[in-house]
Design a protein. Structure first.
Lengths: 223, 223
DNA sequence: TTGCATTTCAAACATTTGTATGAAACTATC
DNA sequence: GATAGTTTCATACAAATGTTTGAAATGCAA
């Protein structure tokens, strides 16, 4: 056991620096300076720089997934095992948006770190990302319970689009603010969640309508 | 003037390598080896590595924007100055999706390069990205013409979501394929375009309905 | 205290990186 | 064909980076 205060100091310092300055230009020396520990400590406690980053990301991912599942379970229990599609989607995108949007000076280090992750992915993180699929399947299952009769394909697309909208909003909230000259309020987190949820929910219903149309009337455009 | 065949050889080699292996682990030495030129050639012709990357990105961005505007103009001319919202959105997301999706072995180097850009952004590229806003404003204007009476805020969100869905599909098509066990066909490019367009178009109409509701009935959820 | 394991530390290592240099090769103009 | 401008080349430079090392310090149990 012993004092793993060095370990946690490194983790905290690294997360702070990565959150503020990105993965690109934070070196081990920056981290150990911030943490007031010796350069060799990182390799001693984590093995390598990549493993440090990975541990940081895994920790935060687990927290996010746990929060998502907590909301999902709560919603399903409240609905006797079947939550509304809105509630399922809210459980999916809510935690991300709640954590990573809102007034900038109120965002936790953890949130700012996860924003960085979504902006500039780095090899050790990308390797881990693949495990996310099992987690998402639980939401597909919940969506299936929520919308029985819907084709799976539509559920997958709906989930994909919901995540897309949430992710992009987190990633590029600055651009949206600039483009809209402030008219889109990215600090109104709950409003944004509802917006994403309602569009995604609608995508699910639209999808099925679409798939019943003959394909010809869909495609084709001035080219 | 003279022979800028060295220049173009470097550009081609760099784009190929970045497309295949990402920005992270492609060095100048890799590039010059691939291009069969001398190491110093990059600095001689481009000034620095970052300027090489920037030129690559600017070139491809201009091409993309030009294609988007071409489709937009065509659609507006066909509609006597006012295109359908679907056509506007198609012009926005079509080129990206058409270029970056479809059977992997048929994707051009340029397309694969742009996919990389969207996955792992790098400082010189991020700096340029900001200029994209003026380009997007043209689409906002077209959307305004297409849907007079819509509030601007809704248009901004609609465009934002449309790009989000397109980008995420490009960026994470692999995950979607895995998640859906192949049931979502990411090679059906035109189908995906229509899907994104119809969801985004619907988001625009939904948004206005939403904004007329009293805010209280919207938010709030099991927490 | 003694002894053993864990942890810290300063220093060095070994690469890798982008960039600069200065001479050589080439090209085109007069 | 000499000259001036451009381009290529081998090589060196300088800085940064993650990692390793081996000794010193510390903690802890017997």
């Amino acid at each position: 056991m012993a004092s793993d205060q060095t370990r946690t100091a490194i983790l905290a310092a690294a997360e702070r620096l990565y959150a503020d300055r990105g993965f690109g230009d934070v070196t081990l020396r920056d981290i150990v300076a911030e943490a007031n520990v010796n350069l060799a400590a990182v390799n001693y406690h984590f093995g390598s720089k990549d493993e440090l980053i990975a541990e940081l990301f895994v920790t935060r991912s687990i927290q996010l997934n746990r929060e998502r599942l907590r909301l999902l379970q709560a919603a399903e229990e409240a609905g006797d095992g079947r939550a509304s599609i809105d509630a399922v989607l809210r459980a999916l995108v809510g935690p991300t948006l709640r954590g990573c949007l809102g007034p900038e000076n109120q965002r936790s280090t953890a949130a700012r770190f996860m924003i960085r992750v979504s902006i500039e992915s780095v090899p050790p993180i990308r390797r881990i990302r693949n495990r996310e699929i099992d987690h998402l399947r639980k939401f597909i299952a919940a969506m299936r319970r929520s919308l029985p009769g819907h084709s799976d394909v539509e559920l997958y697309w709906g989930l994909h689009f919901a995540l897309a909208m949430a992710q992009q909003t987190v990633r590029d909230s600055e651009r949206l603010t600039k483009l809209s000259e402030g008219k889109c309020d990215v600090d109104d987190v709950e409003g944004i969640i509802e917006r994403v949820v309602s569009v995604a929910a609608m995508a699910l219903t639209v999808g099925d309508a679409r798939s019943k149309l003959p394909p010809r009337v869909l495609a084709r455009d001035a080219r």
